[in-house]
Structure formats: structure tokens, C-alpha cells
Design a protein around this ligand. Structure first.
Ligand code: PGA
Length: 254
């Protein structure tokens, strides 16, 4: 296996609690959009960004920032899933962010969980990424030992691109709570690859809570490689890692 040596030290910011970490992350995103109103942003789903999205909605409501020029490029979507399913990421984004902002519908991009041909849909998404410069990629990490970033599960390579993936059993276990019936949970997803995520000019990584501490320490201090996909973020020259004390608790250097 190739040896990946960290070429850059990520900027690691540890704040007292989750709310402060969310507020700091929201500020970074708002600054990006204020400075470049036509920014292309990568956006994640899950529990972690919810507090950040609330703050973005509030800033928009107060007129502090205008999102009408941005392009949103979501990280992933289950497949197969109906876009209106209560646990689809399309629905999550609509409910928690897009419905409350003024991003034109044609600037919102999420892999289509209803696509008949999943590989063709992944190719479409890959081409879309190739056609833009992502100015800021907002990402998080999976729970436990998965160290997944988007749905790049253990084994994902640094060169991986947008594609169909099977979900890791640990991810299935963690995300099952979002589905009424276990049988409703898709076994796969369309995800941006590690190379797609690393193509962003800047990355913002947010983790909060003690359940993320092992993954954070493994990814930012352990060996870089496919057994901890989030560790590949250390190959990027401009990553800001925003943590609360709990998620930073197993880092030796903070
Ligand atoms: P969480 O999930 O933010 O809900 O913890 C993140 C992920 O699984 O990528």
C-alpha cells in the first residue's frame, strides 16, 4: 500500500462546546458567501450540520447574507430512495436549509436517489463536479470507527470519484434510527469520492460530541490511508478542522 505522508498541517480549532463550534463553522461559510456571492459549496447532511444550517437560515432571515448566487453541491444521497421520503437527503436539505434560503432551484445539486441507472447517475454527478470549482467544501465524519466522509467507507481510495457504494454495516446500524422500518433503509448510496472532496479550494471539517472522538483522533493523528477515509483530508493544503472539546478529547496535540 502506498505511504501517504501529511504535507500540510490542518488548522485545528477546538471550542468549548458544540454550539460554539457550530457558530464558528457558520461564520466561515457566511464569510465565504459574503466575499464571493457566487461561491460553489459542498454540503453535508446528518446530525452534525443541523446547528450550522439553523444559523445560516437565521443570518439569511436577518439579511446578513444573500445566498441567491451560490451553487450547492451535496455530498451524497441514499440509493434507491424516493426524493420525498422522510429520510432522503433531498428531503433533509429541503427541510433544514434550502426551503428557508433563496438559492435558485437550478443551482441545487444532490445525487438523484430515484435514478433508474445508478451508475449513469453517478457519472452525471461526476461530470457536474468536473465542470465547477468548489470554493468551500463543508464535511463531517461518521460515528464510531468508520471514519467515513460522505459515504466514502473504509477502503475508499484517495483517487475515488463520485460513484455508487454499498453502505458499511456500522453506518447502516447508525443510520437505521432514521427509518421507520429497517426494510426501508437503502443498502447503498451515491457519494462524492475522496478526490472530489479534495478538489475543493478550501475544506471546513466539523465534528462535535464524544462519539466522534475516536474517528477524529484516528483521522487527524493516525496513519493516512483507506482504512480511515477522513485521514485523506490531511493531504489537502487548506483544511480548517472545527471541534468541540468532546470530539477533540482523544487528540494528543490540542
Ligand atoms: P452525523 O453523521 O453528523 O449524524 O453524526 C455524519 C455521517 O455519518 O457522515
Amino acid at each position: 500500500m502506498p505511504e501517504y505522508l501529511p504535507q500540510y498541517a490542518p488548522e485545528i480549532i477546538v471550542l468549548d462546546d458544540a454550539r460554539s463550534a457550530e457558530a464558528h463553522s457558520a461564520e466561515l461559510i457566511i464569510d465565504q458567501v459574503v466575499q464571493k456571492p457566487d461561491s460553489v459549496l459542498t454540503l453535508p447532511t446528518g446530525g452534525t450540520p443541523l446547528g450550522v444550517y439553523k444559523l445560516l437560515v437565521e443570518a439569511h432571515r436577518l439579511g446578513a447574507v444573500d445566498f441567491s448566487g451560490i451553487t450547492a453541491l451535496n455530498l451524497d444521497e441514499y440509493w434507491p430512495i424516493d426524493r420525498d421520503h422522510q429520510s432522503s437527503y433531498a428531503r433533509y436539505m429541503q427541510d433544514n436549509l434550502f426551503h428557508h434560503l433563496n438559492i435558485p432551484a437550478q443551482n441545487i445539486n444532490i445525487p438523484n436517489g430515484q435514478a433508474e441507472d445508478v451508475d449513469a447517475e453517478a457519472e452525471r454527478y461526476k461530470a457536474l463536479i468536473d465542470n465547477v470549482t468548489i470554493n468551500l467544501g463543508f464535511v463531517s465524519i461518521g460515528p464510531g470507527e468508520t471514519c467515513h466522509v460522505a459515504f466514502n467507507e473504509i477502503g475508499s481510495t484517495v483517487n475515488s470519484r463520485a460513484r455508487y457504494v454499498m453502505l458499511d454495516p456500522e453506518t447502516v446500524k447508525a443510520n437505521l434510527q432514521n427509518f421507520k422500518e429497517p426494510a426501508e433503509m437503502p443498502t447503498g448510496a451515491i457519494t462524492q469520492g475522496i478526490a472530489d472532496i479534495l478538489s475543493a479550494e478550501r475544506l471546513l471539517f466539523l465534528a462535535t460530541g464524544a462519539h466522534k472522538a475516536r474517528g477524529v483522533a484516528r483521522s487527524f493523528e493516525g496513519k493516512i490511508g483507506p482504512d480511515a477515509p477522513a485521514s485523506f483530508l490531511r493531504l489537502h493544503p487548506a483544511v480548517t478542522v472545527v471541534l468541540d472539546r468532546d470530539s477533540a478529547s482523544l487528540l494528543s496535540k490540542t
